[in-house]
Design a protein around this ligand. Structure first.
Ligand SMILES: N[C@@H](CCC(=O)N[C@@H](CS)C(=O)NCC(=O)O)C(=O)O
Length: 245
């Protein structure tokens, strides 16, 4: 398999990497995996290599990249510590892979199967039902060649709706009114991959064009955004190191 994974055009830093290697750009999807890697570095001293690409040049559609991710999108994680090297595409699959192989103490996941299921529910919710909506808001408000009101309103409204779903969970409104600090886990919850995946998107609400008035309706969500932003690993995971010079 390894001989099919890399070709002459594969950047040398990717094909000759020894351990984990992330190919990314500093977008919300890229940031989710960047943040977990930074958290693992703090928790266990995990190390990895990073290759930054620029998706506006179409690098992610070239053969060397498609061999790692047939979907032609960042981020891609390759684990060269596996024999043969093992590529992982889709951010949530990367987060779960890292939990399985690099988080032996379940610091960012759960040992308890029901709590684990809860984290998966929120992870899947955001992967399938949050990120695609907010991504389309960004597309129709910033990238589309013409302004299409229907599409923009549709995706804005859906994104606000799913922000409201996160607010229901964090406020505890239907569970006795006790707010939670994090999306999954008993009691106040525990910081996990569900938060990491979701935060990487939701923290950009202003950039997505939502107003203070619109998002002010979700006070627990706003506090959760600040709570997670306060973590060193999170700031590193979205910071300088991942900005292409
Ligand atoms: N569902 C994928 C989405 C990945 C994705 O959409 N990546 C974007 C950047 S945020 C990308 O690579 N866009 C370039 C393209 O579509 O060619 C994941 O979670 O990894």
């Amino acid at each position: 398999m390894a001989e099919h994974l890399y070709i002459a055009e594969t950047p040398k830093e990717v094909s000759s990497a020894k351990g984990l290697h992330l190919i990314t750009q500093n977008t919300p999807n890229g940031q989710a995996t960047q943040i977990l890697l930074e958290e693992l570095a703090d928790a266990y001293g995990t190390s990895w290599g990073t290759t930054l690409i620029n998706i506006s040049t179409g690098e992610q559609k070239k053969e060397w990249f498609l061999r790692l991710n047939p979907n032609g999108r960042i981020p891609v994680l390759v684990d060269n510590a596996q024999h043969p090297p093992f590529p992982v595409f889709e951010t949530s699959a990367q987060l779960l892979y890292l939990l399985k192989f690099y988080d032996p103490e379940d610091r960012f996941g759960f040992k308890d199967e029901l709590e684990r299921s809860e984290a998966l529910q929120w992870l899947f919710f955001w992967h399938g039902g949050g990120a695609p909506y907010q991504g389309q808001v960004n597309h129709f408000s910033r990238a589309a060649p013409e302004r299409i009101e229907y599409a923009l309103n549709r995706f804005r409204n859906e994104t606000l709706r799913v922000f409201g779903v996160l607010e229901i969970q964090l406020s505890g409104v239907y569970r006795g009114g006790e707010p939670k600090d994090y999306l999954a886990g008993k009691g106040k919850g525990k910081y996990s991959v569900a938060d990491i995946k979701t935060w990487a998107w939701v923290k950009g609400w202003k950039r997505s064009g939502f107003t203070e008035e619109e998002v002010g309706k979700f006070p627990n969500l706003l506090k959760w955004i600040d709570r997670i932003a306060a973590r060193d690993a999170v700031q590193r995971g979205i910071g300088e190191k991942y900005i292409q010079k």
